[in-house]
Design a protein around this ligand. Structure first.
Ligand code: GUN
Ligand code: FE
Length: 438
């Protein structure tokens, strides 16, 4: 008797699958077989020797099974939990100033250009294409204060097949670059319009995220209003990235106990909140993150480039705060999560040099951060992050056996580590990444 699944099997793959689980940062499944239904969901993942039984039960023909070649494996699509799509134009430059001066000198003048929809379309198309090519199947984006350009970013991500949380930036304070800010009411109204119009499009993989830039550029009234709006929605911002910023927030919000308390008091710290950086959060603040289910986006490349600080990931783990990786383009000079993977390991080793009792991160752990950890940080782990039955088959097909490449001479169990450390994402000279999107 044939056991049909609701939507019917669309594709079956056989080969190596590499992913994280709740119990293991890295699980390598050699010779497994995975089925995807017509809606793109994983219907089974079992040992390859069961393929005949599965073919009978699930109603597919074994001749239609697609076999991966030697040196190929599937891994979950990577998640960039913090990236400024609008800063893509100057990525790789302007890394000579600390945060607050960097924002005034480079960022705000560039972001004010997105009034121009033609410019926005051009840059946003490039950034979505580039991040997809780099293996980012899910991105949590900051756009700019411009509603229509931000809606366009959502449309482009949907058109090109990327899963995305898209944020129209909110800011009503900007003393140094006053032409780049909104009025309080404008920011509230335009945020509501952004959410309404993006949801009306019913994009299957693109959702709005309420996005106050950071406490420095938002009035208390604006934060309050956004807290009201964000109650059931996603929420993102920046926190405790740089010491000067932390001091400034203390002065600006004298009634709040800490930077974290500012967001908490305004209703912005929920289980759908992701905060970028957090380098200088205290243990007390991490406890508040944990209690409220909020997560942190670890952006090590940016933290080094803007000389902001080094996140102590072990301490974040100790407080059981959800954590993902972010490129933070253009504070970070690479739009590749593989770069964030490497910087995360490097910065953890720098901390170990200074504090030998701190264990550096392993490649298995950063693999987890780039995939399942990121999906948890964005509350998307019911849909993506690993190869569990019922989740979307959101995956990268990695081929490390391109002739002449330095990766083809090693046994399978080190291929993943080699790929994470040496995969050439910017130009893809010997690694091919294929999105196998449901
Ligand atoms: N804090 C407020 N805005 C920004 C930004 O655009 N980039 C970074 N890295 N930090 C910020
Ligand atoms: Fe940022």
């Amino acid at each position: 008797c044939r056991h049909d699944t609701a939507a019917g099997i669309a594709r079956v793959y056989r080969g190596s699958f590499v992913h994280s689980t709740r119990d293991a940062a890295l699980e390598i499944l050699n010779d497994f077989v995975l089925g995807v239904d017509k809606s793109g969901k994983i219907t089974f993942i079992e040992e390859g020797k069961n393929v005949d039984r599965l073919a009978q039960e699930q109603g597919f023909n074994t001749a239609d099974v697609e076999n991966l070649g030697p040196g190929e494996f599937f891994m979950p699509g990577m998640v960039d939990t913090h990236i400024h799509a609008s800063q893509y134009t100057y990525m790789g430059t302007a890394l000579d100033l600390p945060l607050l001066q960097w924002l005034n000198t480079y960022t705000f003048p560039v972001e004010s250009r997105y009034r121009d929809l033609k410019f926005a379309r051009d840059v946003y198309t490039k950034v979505v294409k580039r991040t997809l090519r780099n293996g980012t199947t899910t991105a949590c984006y900051f756009a700019t204060i411009h509603t229509d350009a931000s809606l366009l970013l959502g449309q482009i991500a949907d058109d090109l097949g990327q899963r995305a949380l898209v944020g129209k930036v909110c800011m009503d304070i900007n003393p140094m670059v006053p032409q780049y800010k909104e009025l309080l009411d404008e920011s509230k109204d335009e945020t509501l319009r952004f959410i309404r119009e993006l949801l009306q499009k019913k994009y299957p993989r693109v959702k709005p995220v309420v996005t106050p830039r950071f406490a420095v550029s938002c009035s208390s009234s604006l934060l309050d209003a956004l807290g009201e709006i964000a109650r059931t929605l996603y929420f993102q911002s920046h926190i405790s990235e740089n010491k000067e910023e932390v001091e400034l927030v203390k002065q600006l919000f004298p009634d709040c106990l800490s930077y974290t308390d500012v967001y908490l008091k305004h209703g912005l710290l929920t289980d759908k909140t992701v905060m970028a950086h957090g380098c200088h959060l205290t243990d007390e603040e991490l406890k508040i993150f944990h209690k409220n289910g909020a997560s942190i986006s670890h952006c090590p490349s940016s933290n080094i480039s803007l000389m902001s600080g080094i996140l102590n990931v072990r301490n974040v783990q100790k407080h059981k705060v959800k954590l993902g990786l972010g490129t933070d383009v253009a504070g970070g000079y690479s739009a590749s999560i593989l770069d964030a993977v490497r910087r995360a390991i490097d910065t953890s080793k720098v901390l170990t040099i200074e504090h030998p009792q701190l264990r550096p991160l392993t490649f298995e752990e950063v693999f987890w951060l780039a995939t399942l950890g990121g999906s948890e940080a964005l509350s998307l782990d019911d849909r993506i992050g690993n190869f569990e039955v019922g989740k979307d088959f959101d995956a990268l097909r990695v081929n490390v056996s391109v002739p002449g490449g330095p990766l083809d001479v090693f046994p399978e169990d080190v291929i993943v580590e080699k790929f994470l450390n040496l995969g050439k994402t910017p130009w893809l000279s010997f690694i091919s990444l294929f999105l196998q999107y449901g």
